[in-house]
Design a protein around this ligand. Structure first.
Ligand SMILES: [Zn+2]
Length: 132
């Protein structure tokens, strides 16, 4: 394969196109471009639950980083219950909003490291592999 999984990993984690390494795959904070402005590779995978995956990572992060610590503080009587609930709600919302582009990168990273041969630059080699 032309593009190794390590390349895909470093590219997607720095917010670049996994196929050509072009920086600028984000349309805005919450959305990717439909396809890469440089190599026209399809970036959005809406039909395969792309954004759903991102939101799920957000929930897990919010539970682990915000809700569980707040619960522990409430149980230890170090935090008032209603203050805890407010912190949990505001904290999880902020966390998901601020980390959304990073989580999108993670989903891109997971998707293309697993299916590295789906990249346009690797497709020609896939045919070659199957012939072997
Ligand atoms: Zn590209």
């Amino acid at each position: 394969m032309k593009i190794k999984r390590a390349d895909i990993l470093s590219r997607t984690l720095t917010g670049r196109c996994p196929n050509c390494g072009h920086f600028g795959i984000f349309k805005n904070w919450f959305r990717l471009h439909k396809s890469c402005p440089q190599c026209a590779m399809e970036l959005e995978k809406e039909e395969s639950g792309f954004y759903f995956g991102t939101t799920s990572i957000g929930y897990v992060l919010a539970i682990v980083l915000v809700i569980i610590p707040v619960c522990i503080l409430v149980v230890l009587n170090m935090l008032n219950v209603w203050l805890g609930v407010s912190i949990a709600i505001i904290g999880s919302t902020l966390l998901c909003t601020l980390l959304y582009p990073i989580m999108l990168c993670w989903v891109l990273m997971l998707y293309y490291t697993v299916q590295a041969d789906e990249l346009p630059q690797n497709l020609s080699d896939t045919a070659h592999d199957e012939a072997r």
